[in-house]
Design a protein around this ligand. Structure first.
Ligand code: PLP
Length: 413
């Protein structure tokens, strides 16, 4: 594979472990459970500690099974390097722990995963103000920038209402102003979209979702795309500034967030996620085509008030989705017309499971306002465009006709 040829997405992921020899010719990277790594020569141990030599020392800072997964994700995102964390939220938390100081300002899309919304509220209370803006228009982002703005944070397709950020124009704005642009790529996944193409500095993936894909392991990652000039970032500590500018941001994230706060990904989870990632493209192709069929069926139904899916021509950012994404993904949401109870409808579904994950092989549904967005209250929900009857669907890989039949039969009481 080191023959210089540019292979396709799945070929690259499948064969990435073989770039380095694996014991016994094992086709999968083994699960290395050791916490510590021993050396024969103390000079070698010292060099690894001082970062002069690549190697492992203690499991919180790095593990061979996790490193193999990081290399896979770096290839998926065509980035420079990747750091894995115990969950997607731990990866977002790492941004705060390693890169923000008191008084720094963050601009975030208002259309956000619920726990990320909650995290930014906490960060604001800790002395780093956060402006929430409608990021579907770059003008709103630009208007909210301050001299102290350190991070602009957006999701590609926002969960659950599927708003799409003005990805390319925000990228151009951040590049012009030298601001770190963090794109949460969870809903698109690196198969559908590479945030590097729109100028992202760091790409965040909740590996728990489409990359792992089977609902059997939690994980998160941050990938450095190599586009950001870290020498312009004000919060790099002196000892990391001594490194090459291309490395200092990730080195600070590894030490100040992963090492000091300890949200390390375990080797067993890393193995599940790596194996799951091999079939990601196949799963997402199926999920995307079924989701488009389901969205079309629901929007033609007189009992449905609204359907939100980027693949529908009626979606406000359909043109951006069509231009930037390989397909439209497996997330959709919809509202029933008045007089149709969304709880009754959900209870009549036979295949779709009442559960809160995304990107599983099985189709999952949830009434958003009453569960994952319950804590924030009705006013904030309304500002995020979340109707009280909104149903979120994470489309799985079931046979398409079976799923369409299920959502159809559930209308008939
Ligand atoms: C699930 C999710 C996260 C958090 O990931 P966890 O692994 O559950 O912590 C972050 N962003 C988005 C868009 C998500 O869907």
């Amino acid at each position: 594979m080191n023959d210089g040829k540019k292979y396709g997405f799945t070929t690259t992921i499948l064969h990435s472990d073989r770039q380095k020899p694996i014991e016994h010719g094992s086709l999968h990277k083994p699960i290395h459970t050791a916490v510590a790594y021993g050396y024969r020569d103390v000079r070698e141990l010292v060099d690894v500690f001082q970062g002069k030599k690549v190697g492992f020392r203690y499991g919180r800072q790095g593990n061979p099974t996790v490193t193999a997964l990081e290399e896979k994700i770096t290839r998926m995102e065509e980035g420079v390097s990747t750091l894995c964390f115990s969950t997607g939220m731990a990866a977002i938390g790492a941004l705060v722990q390693a890169l923000l100081r008191a008084g720094d300002h963050v601009v975030s899309s208002t259309f956000l995963f619920g726990n990320t919304n909650s995290l930014w509220q906490t960060v604001a209370l800790q002395g780093m103000p956060v402006s929430f803006v409608d990021a579907t228009d770059v003008a709103n982002v630009e208007r909210s920038l301050k001299p102290t703005t350190r991070i602009v944070f957006v999701e590609t397709i926002a969960n659950p209402r599927t708003q799409i950020a003005d990805l390319a124009r925000i990228g151009a704005l951040c590049r012009e102003r030298g601001i770190l642009y963090v794109v949460d790529n969870t809903m698109t996944s690196p198969y559908l979209f590479r945030p590097k193409d729109v100028g992202a500095s760091l790409v965040l993936n909740a590996l728990t979702k489409s990359i792992g894909g089977h609902g059997n392991a939690l994980g998160g990652s941050l990938t450095d795309t190599g586009l950001f000039d870290w020498s312009r970032y004000p919060n790099i500590a002196e000892n990391f500034k001594r490194l090459a500018p291309a490395q200092c941001g990730m080195a600070q994230l590894r030490a100040k967030a992963l090492r000091d706060f300890g949200g390390a990904l375990g080797p067993e989870a890393a193995h599940h996620l790596a194996v799951g990632s091999e079939t990601m493209a196949l799963r997402i192709e199926r999920e995307s085509s079924t989701a488009l069929a389901l969205a079309s069926m629901l929007s033609a139904d007189a009992r449905v008030a609204a359907v939100y899916y980027p693949g529908l021509p009626s979606h406000p950012q359909h043109a951006i989705a069509k231009q930037l994404f390989r397909a439209y993904g497996g997330l959709l949401s919809f509202e029933l017309k008045e007089g149709f109870d969304c709880f009754d409808y959900l209870n009549r579904l036979k295949l779709a499971i009442l559960a809160s994950n995304l990107g599983d092989t099985r189709t999952l549904v949830i009434p958003v306002a009453h569960t994952i967005y319950h804590e924030m209250g009705q006013a904030r929900r309304a500002s995020m465009g979340i109707a009280e009857s909104l149903i979120r669907v994470s489309v799985g890989i079931e046979d398409t006709d079976d799923l369409l039949d299920d959502f159809k039969q559930a209308f008939n009481s």
